[in-house]
Write a protein that binds this ligand. Structure first.
Ligand SMILES: Cc1cc2nc3c(=O)[nH]c(=O)nc-3n(C[C@H](O)[C@H](O)[C@H](O)COP(=O)(O)O)c2cc1C
Length: 328
């Protein structure tokens, strides 16, 4: 039998060396795999060698000290989990003084995730994060905007453009903008972020959801509603990555329900330049390492010399895309 690698011209003989590096704007990452914000901390170091990951993305930090939401903050649902943690944070000063030094000497770009309640507060936070040790900023704009009645910035293009413009003026660091899936038109939000100066997009945060305990008649989360993550969200977010990648020229980083290399490949074929692994790490702390190795195996099997060549390699040129038609 002729295998795919041979068909693609890789031929038999010594195993094809796969270039795992990917470029996210100005940054070159050693591979395409990194943790999703909030699902990773320095305590994972004993299990996952940080120098094997493409980047390290920290838990979202807010300007000031913040408590979280009422408990319970997480619950399991079919094929995923709900969380309403509420971004508890020790604040930016603590992050810069105490958290950042923990990563000193780790040869992996550190991406600081940040959130704030207004565009000016975002800009100020980003300015304060422009310190040695931070390789890029990931702006979590899926949070409530107090200037818009608590509606998340990333739900609409206009507040997205405003907050990204202000952050862009406040830092020269690479600026990644993490979008929300809780919008009707993610491609327009993506375009607004790009036009305002984002260097990359992370697609996406959790999907607004809810679960009720039918024995107690109580919502299963203390916050009533929360964010859905895990395998359940993958087809929805793959679709969003596909839409965003077609809408913008900057790199899109896929995030939602990735647990295996096959999941990561699907995101990359849809247009992702890299991927983030979240909930899967709670189930299997070494999930990211499995994804890294599996991407190499997949490339070898399919005859791709570079993991980056998977980005946008979907075969769809002969197909027409009509989202309205698809939804009806
Ligand atoms: C417990 C938990 C905490 C999270 N905290 C954050 C956070 O602080 N900032 C953020 O941008 N996203 C946060 N997220 C969202 C994840 O980064 C990711 O976008 C989402 O979970 C989808 O990926 P997954 O299906 O691989 O988990 C959190 C998710 C979970 C499950």
């Amino acid at each position: 039998m002729v295998d795919a690698a041979t068909l693609h011209g890789a031929g038999p003989g010594p195993a094809l060396t796969i270039d795992q590096t990917v470029r996210i704007g100005r940054l070159t990452l050693r591979n395409a795999v990194m943790p999703a914000s909030g699902t990773f901390a320095e305590t994972l170091a004993g299990i996952v060698p940080f120098e094997q990951l493409g980047a390290l993305v920290t838990k979202t930090v807010t300007p000031q000290l913040r408590g979280g939401n009422p408990t319970p903050r997480v619950c399991e649902v079919g094929q995923g989990m709900l969380n309403a943690i509420g971004i508890p944070s020790k604040g930016l000063d603590h992050f810069v003084a105490e958290t950042l030094p923990l990563y000193r000497g780790v040869p992996t770009p550190l991406v600081a995730s940040v959130s704030a309640l207004s565009a000016d507060a975002f800009a100020d936070a980003v300015r304060r994060l422009d310190v040695p040790g931070v390789a890029a900023i990931e702006a979590n704009i899926s949070c409530p905007n107090i200037e818009e009645d608590g509606k998340a910035f990333a739900m609409d293009p206009r507040p997205t453009a405003l907050v990204v413009e202000k952050m862009r003026r406040a830092t020269s660091l690479p600026l990644w903008v993490k979008l929300s899936p809780n919008t009707g038109d993610v491609a327009s939000v993506a375009r607004a972020a790009e036009a305002a100066g984002a260097d990359a997009l992370v697609v996406a945060n959790t999907i607004l959801a809810m679960s009720i305990d039918i024995e107690t008649f109580r919502p299963r989360l203390g916050n009533v509603m929360g964010g859905l993550s895990g395998p359940a969200v993958k087809p929805i977010v793959v679709r969003m990555v596909y839409q965003c990648a077609r809408a913008v020229d900057i790199p899109v980083i896929g995030c939602g329900g990735i647990a295996t290399a096959a999941d990561a490949v699907e995101y990359m074929l849809a247009g992702a330049a890299a991927v983030q692994v979240g909930t899967a790490t709670f189930v299997r702390p070494t999930a990211m390492l499995t994804v890294i190795d599996g991407l190499v195996d997949y490339c070898r099997r399919k005859g791709f010399a570079r993991v980056a060549d998977l980005t946008g390699a979907i075969h769809d040129a002969d197909l027409t895309v009509d989202t309205h038609e698809a939804a009806s």
